[in-house]
Design a protein around this ligand. Structure first.
Ligand code: HEM
Length: 289
C-alpha cells in the first residue's frame, strides 16, 4: 500500500518533471524546462537517500537481493565486474518512474471517462469482472489466471488507448550510417513516428472515431498499426506491467462502483499527456449488495 504522505511529497515535482520533459528547452526562471530541471533535482535527491539506505539494508541482509528492481540495479555488474554508480541508478529509476507513472495514469483516466460515457460498454466490462469476483473467496486476491480471463476488459482498454494514446509517438535519430532492407540511412537521419497515422486511419480501423472494442478480437489489428506502446526493439518494456495495473484497477473499482462525470463537456488538454482539463471529477455510486 502506498504511503499517501510519500505520494503527495512526490506528486508536485513529478508533474513538473513530466511537463519539463516535453517542453521547449529554454532554461529561464518560470519556464516548464527550468521547473522540470528543479523537479528532477528534488526527486533525484529523494532517490539518493533511498538508494543509500537500501545499500545498507542489503549489506545487513535486511532485504532480499531480488526484492525489486532497485536491489537488482545495486547488485548488477557489467562485464568488468563494475557496479552502477548511485547517480546512474537514481537516473534509471527516475526514467522508470516517468515512463511508468503518467502513461498508466492517463490510460486509466480515459478508461474511467469512456466507461462513464458508454454505459453499454460499462455493463459488459462489469459482467466480465463480476464473474471473476464471484469466483473468489472473500478477501482472496486476483491471480494470473483471473487476469487472463479479463479479455473483454483489455479489449476496452486497448480501444481507449487507440483513441486516446498517452504518448503520441517518439523520435529516432541514426547515430551512424547504416543500410536496412537495401536502403542507405545516413547518420543524423531523423524519424518521428506518430500513433495517429495508424490509430485514426480508416484503412486499418474502419470508422476510426467509433468506440468498438471488437476490433481487438481474434487476431486483432494488423501488426504495427496499434502502437500505444511503440513497436520493435525499443517497444515499451513496461507494457505487461501496465496491462496488469490497468486490469487490476478496473476489477477493483468496477466491482464496487458505477460512476458519472460531474462535468459532461470537460475539455481535454495535453500537458504533456492528454488529460481532462479539470482532472475528470466523477460521482461514484456504490453497487447495491
Ligand atoms: C499505459 C501505459 C504505458 C504506455 C502507453 C507506454 C508507452 C510507451 C511508449 C510509446 C514508449 C516509446 C517506445 C518507442 O520509443 O518506440 C515507451 C517507452 C518506455 N516505457 Fe512505457 N508505456 C506505458 C507504461 C510503462 C510502464 C508501467 C513502465 C515501467 C514500469 C514503462 C517504462 C518505459 C521505459 C523505460 C521506456 C523506454 C524504453 C527504451 O527507450 O528502450 N512504460 N512507453
Amino acid at each position: 500500500m502506498e504511503d499517501p504522505a510519500q505520494v503527495s511529497k512526490f506528486s508536485e515535482p513529478f508533474n513538473d518533471l513530466a511537463s519539463g520533459i516535453i517542453s521547449i528547452p529554454i532554461n529561464l526562471p518560470g519556464t516548464p524546462f527550468r521547473r522540470g530541471i528543479k523537479a528532477a533535482e528534488t526527486v533525484r535527491k529523494e532517490l539518493m537517500g533511498i538508494i543509500k539506505q537500501r545499500k545498507i539494508d542489503l549489506e545487513e541482509g535486511k532485504v532480499a537481493p531480488n526484492q525489486d528492481i532497485l536491489s537488482h540495479m545495486l547488485l548488477a555488474t557489467d562485464e568488468n565486474g563494475q557496479f552502477l554508480n548511485e547517480l546512474n541508478i537514481a537516473d534509471r529509476i527516475l526514467g522508470l518512474l516517468i515512463g511508468g507513472h503518467d502513461t498508466a495514469s492517463a490510460s486509466i483516466t480515459f478508461i474511467v471517462k469512456y466507461l462513464a460515457e458508454l454505459p453499454h460498454i460499462y455493463n459488459e466490462v462489469y459482467n466480465e469482472q463480476m464473474e471473476i469476483a464471484r469466483s473468489k473467496q472473500p478477501g482472496e486476491l486476483l491471480n494470473w489466471e483471473d487476469i487472463k480471463k479479463m479479455k473483454y476488459s483489455w479489449n476496452v482498454a486497448c480501444e481507449v488507448m487507440r483513441l486516446a494514446p498517452p504518448l503520441q509517438g517518439a523520435f529516432r535519430e541514426a547515430i551512424h550510417d547504416f543500410t536496412f532492407a537495401g536502403y542507405s540511412v545516413p547518420k543524423g537521419w531523423k524519424l518521428h513516428w506518430n500513433v495517429n497515422s495508424t490509430h485514426k486511419n480508416a484503412d486499418y480501423f474502419p470508422e476510426p472515431e467509433k468506440f468498438d472494442p471488437s476490433r481487438f478480437e481474434g487476431n486483432g489489428p494488423a501488426p504495427y498499426t496499434f502502437v500505444p506502446f511503440g513497436g520493435g526493439p525499443r517497444m515499451c518494456p513496461g507494457k505487461e506491467y501496465a496491462r496488469l495495473e490497468i486490469l487490476v484497477f478496473m476489477h477493483n473499482v468496477m466491482k464496487r462502483f458505477n460512476w458519472e462525470k460531474v462535468l459532461p463537456d470537460e475539455k481535454i488538454i495535453v500537458d504533456p499527456m492528454p488529460m481532462p482539463a479539470k482532472g475528470l471529477p466523477i460521482r461514484l455510486f456504490p453497487h447495491k449488495a
